[in-house]
Design a binder for this molecule. Structure first.
Ligand SMILES: [Zn+2]
Length: 491
């Protein structure tokens, strides 16, 4: 039987003994995946449905081809074939979607002759025959919406402003945090605490006063997305969560606009251009999102600071190419960037002939309820409703009693190196379902994480599994550090 290399993506390597590549035997993709799951049973629930079929949010490629364009599970494998598993990645700029702050929108710049100062500013563009005065005028007349001003949106917006894109819309409603500065190069230390869009506008207009910056300081939602996206020529997806990604995709398809997609996870990025008029959309690649508990966010998983710089600059490059109409756009292709291996791989994406949104048989004609579609609470990071909680003060009392609860730390090992509660049992959230046996003897359990979100999910998991005396530490270890033990650092 032929043996095949299966490339395991970073988010799933923990379930494959940390390996990036596993050699398995199988005559078809289906057999190879079954063999992979037999060798690494922890991968099972990530890749297969309970019926044993490939999950819809997992894409599988043989060499450079999507198996959905081949014979799916029955796709035959030849010796030397490489099977790649490409999961949906939410991570992007840890920032947020927003919507319209109504602003006077001036007319597009007059396409008259450039001033002497503009000629100097754009001289390196004007020297390129592919850009020239005509191309620079196209950029000046263009409108681009950047959704999210985090790790991806920051470099994208900077380069678009530097390039002279006439109008840049920004969607975000967060304030600048100190932890943003490791990668969100739009912001300076003095901006911490300031609304991101105020700081971003000042920075972009400082870079290029000729660019108009339109702030949409609200959460992008089904109710306002079409109206927000409509005025723009190109949409750049710099989001970090699935509900907004699907919303941006769907609104772009419905409005017929190209969507320049980027996502990041730890050391890896994905980039593509989804333009349903000319190729597949995000739903063609991932018809459904993964369940929220299978995918850690950027805040949980960490990300190399320069990674969104690379991915965001690729997004800016594709945006400028689309506006100028030059080169080969990244339509129907997915670039995978691995910073540790310093490799770029390219996979071919096919339009899904049964895509609910962009195919001839589309059934979805409008926007939907995205938080419900993605199985997440409506307000992201909202405290979990219905999960029993304990305050840090109450926990201090119980820990000093004769019958203290078992403390379970669902954070990652890197986070325990920053701070931990003495005596706590480390079980990273992703490992919880496989390790519940370790908890069955505890009479009472208190689960904690950094700030209470992941641990609330873990409490819900344990309650679903039949545990009764389980509570969530409200505010996580950061709240404990602030209110009980100031010697612990917060992060
Ligand atoms: Zn589609």
């Amino acid at each position: 039987m032929p043996s095949t290399k299966v490339k395991v993506p970073t988010p799933l390597r923990a379930f494959a003994g940390g390996r990036a590549e596993v050699e398995v035997e199988g005559r078809t993709v289906g057999e190879a995946v079954q063999a992979l799951v037999r060798a690494h049973p922890g991968l099972g629930r990530h890749l297969l449905t309970p019926e044993g079929n490939l999950r819809s949010f997992v894409s599988v490629f043989v060499n450079e081809r999507d198996i959905r364009a081949l014979a799916r599970d029955a796709t035959e494998l030849k010796p030397g074939d490489v099977v790649s598993i490409v999961p949906a990645i939410a991570g992007g700029a840890p920032s947020s979607p927003g919507a319209s702050l109504p602003m006077a929108r001036a007319d597009r710049p007059k396409a008259g002759a450039f001033t002497g100062e503009e000629l100097r500013r754009y001289s390196r563009h004007l020297l390129l025959p592919e850009v020239g005065v005509a191309g620079q005028k196209r950029l000046a007349a263009a409108k681009v919406l950047v959704v999210g001003t985090g790790g991806l949106g920051a470099p994208t917006a900077l380069y678009l402003a530097a390039a002279g894109v006439g109008e840049i819309g920004l969607v975000d409603f967060d304030r600048v945090e100190l932890s943003n500065l490791q990668r969100q190069v739009l912001f300076a230390t003095a901006d911490v605490g300031r609304p991101k869009l105020d700081a971003a506008r000042a920075r972009l207009q400082g870079l290029n006063p000729g660019v108009r910056v339109v702030a949409h300081e609200e959460r992008l939602e089904a109710a306002n997305a079409l109206e927000t996206l409509r005025p723009y020529d190109v949409v750049v997806d710099g989001t970090d969560n699935f509900p907004t990604r699907y919303l941006v995709n769907d609104a772009s398809v419905l409005l017929g606009k190209p969507n320049v997609y980027g996502s990041i996870y730890r050391f890896e990025g994905q980039v593509s251009v989804f333009d349903a008029k000319r190729g597949p959309c995000y739903r063609c690649l991932y018809p459904e999102p993964p369940p929220p508990d299978l995918v850690p966010s950027c805040a949980e998983a960490g990300v190399l600071g320069v990674l969104p710089g690379v991915v965001g600059v690729l997004q800016a490059t594709e945006t400028v190419k689309l506006l100028l109409g030059i080169g080969e756009p990244l339509i129907g292709r997915l670039v995978l960037y691995d910073a540790l291996g310093m490799t770029f791989r390219e996979l071919t994406l096919e339009k899904n002939p049964t895509c609910v949104l962009c195919s001839a048989h589309a059934t979805q004609k409008g926007l939907i309820d995205y938080p419900a579609f993605c199985g997440v609470p409506a307000a992201s990071s909202a405290p979990a409703r219905g999960v029993p909680e304990i305050t840090p003060e109450e926990l201090r009392g119980e820990l000093a009693s004769s019958d203290p609860p078992l403390l379970v730390d669902v954070r990652e090992p890197e986070e325990r190196a920053i701070s931990l509660l003495e005596g706590s049992l480390p079980i990273p959230k992703g490992e919880l379902p496989e390790r519940v046996d370790e908890l069955t003897r505890a009479r009472s359990i208190v689960v904690y994480c950094r700030s209470g979100g992941r641990s609330a999910d873990a409490v819900r998991t344990l309650l679903d599994l039949g545990f009764t005396h389980v509570r969530n530490l409200k505010g996580g270890i950061n709240a404990w550090a602030e209110r009980i033990d100031p010697s612990l650092p917060t992060y």
